[in-house]
Design a protein around this ligand. Structure first.
Ligand SMILES: [Zn+2]
Length: 380
């Protein structure tokens, strides 16, 4: 790889590059493979605490939606997030982000959605803005005020707050590029979801959607109808809507870690999507209910649970994930002019991606040509 001023100049055989360029600095990737830095297009990174008790309850048979109805699940995290100060949220999130960078992630999308009231939604998005200022990792910010309905409000009442109070403020303060909604039976129905995303678009935000995770709730259809940038989860989507994505510009984001943590056997039909020619992206969906970090872990799950091939997985965690964030012109491949965001892996071949599970293959991570991780550890 030849890099200049943080950008990729050329990717070719070393001998050819040595003849063509004289480098002021050389980094050896002997016995390693070089890939574009991993892009995680779906996370809920900023929240206090964790919810292991709930995970173990789920293991005993309680479902996610049952736990939610009883005021557990997400509301537990929301209550803690409302009590948390900005500094506390920032320091917790910085540590998590560091772990992600050490696992090869160079770009991550982060959603709000644990405030569920204006003040706290803004607090979380400001934390995301601080992370962007303090971390070398590229960060995309998504407003997900419509993550759950507070138990003391009706769907219509809370949707009105999201549309009339939150979205205008988030847009006015430029705190997010994307607007997302958890479209699901028992959470936001398709009518409310569509209204919320339309309001986001009207305020200059780009639409994303949590679609059909537990049931076919019309999420994929909305994504196609409004040409959302991505539709995420897609476990129970109508097949005809998935096929329609070949004609719309919606990127399907598949989150196998999520099904895995829910102890569910239901996974998105990734091989069918690939057969239909869709640019399938993979994300971690890191959250208190899915404590899975790192795209090589996601790759291992995609190989085992989704039957995706190495090549498909690599595209899923690089260029297709960048597409889900509308960043595929800047990152996601080793093309001339793109940012030199790279991960160097101790692996004999790219076929290790998906095959290996938990090996700790990451040697170096470069973001815009600068070494951020060496021998698997952050350098300061
Ligand atoms: Zn999610």
């Amino acid at each position: 790889m030849a890099i200049d001023r943080g950008k990729v100049i050329e990717a070719a055989a070393s001998k050819l590059l040595e003849r063509k360029y004289s480098a002021s600095k050389e980094i050896s990737a002997k016995e390693e493979i070089v890939l574009p830095g991993f892009v995680d297009p779906h996370t809920h990174l900023v929240f206090p605490g964790s919810r292991e008790e709930e995970f173990w309850r789920r293991q005993e048979g309680a479902s996610y939606l049952e736990i939610l109805k009883k005021g557990g699940g997400i509301m537990e995290t929301v209550n803690k997030a409302r009590e948390s100060g900005s500094a506390e949220l920032l320091s917790i999130s910085q540590k998590r982000l560091e772990t992600m960078v050490e696992s090869g992630t160079t770009c991550v999308e982060i959603k709000s959605g644990y405030g569920l009231q204006l003040y706290d939604e803004l607090k979380i998005l400001r934390t995301v803005r601080e992370l962007r200022r303090t971390s070398p990792c590229r960060i995309a910010a998504t407003f997900l005020g419509a993550h759950a309905i507070p138990p003391y409000m009706s769907q219509d009442e809370y949707s009105r707050v999201v549309i009339e109070e939150m979205i205008p403020e988030v847009a006015q303060q430029s705190l997010a590029e994307f607007c997302d909604v958890f479209c699901e039976h028992g959470v936001f129905d398709s009518t409310s979801s569509e209204k919320i995303l339309a309001a986001g678009i009207q305020h200059g935000l780009t639409a994303k959607i949590h679609a059909d995770q537990f049931t076919d709730s019309g999420g994929a259809k909305i994504a196609n109808d409004i040409e959302a940038v991505s539709a995420d989860h897609l476990v129970h989507s109508n097949v005809s809507e998935l096929e329609r994505m070949a004609k719309t510009s919606v990127t399907p984001v598949v989150l196998p870690a999520s099904s895995h943590s829910l102890l569910s056997n239901a996974y998105a039909p990734a091989t069918e999507m690939l057969a239909a020619g869709l640019p399938v992206a993979l994300g971690s969906d890191f959250s208190p209910s899915n404590w899975v970090m790192g795209m090589l872990t996601v790759a291992a799950l995609a190989a085992r649970q989704l039957r995706m091939k190495s090549e498909e997985i690599i595209r899923g965690i690089t260029i297709n994930a960048a597409r889900a964030l509308r960043m595929d012109r800047q990152i996601g491949s080793l093309s001339r002019g793109k940012s030199a965001d790279l991960v160097l892996l101790k692996a004999p071949s790219y076929k290790r991606i998906g095959y290996a599970y938990g090996e700790g293959m990451v040697d170096k991570v470069l973001i815009a040509g600068k070494v951020q991780v060496n021998q698997g550890k952050r350098v300061n």
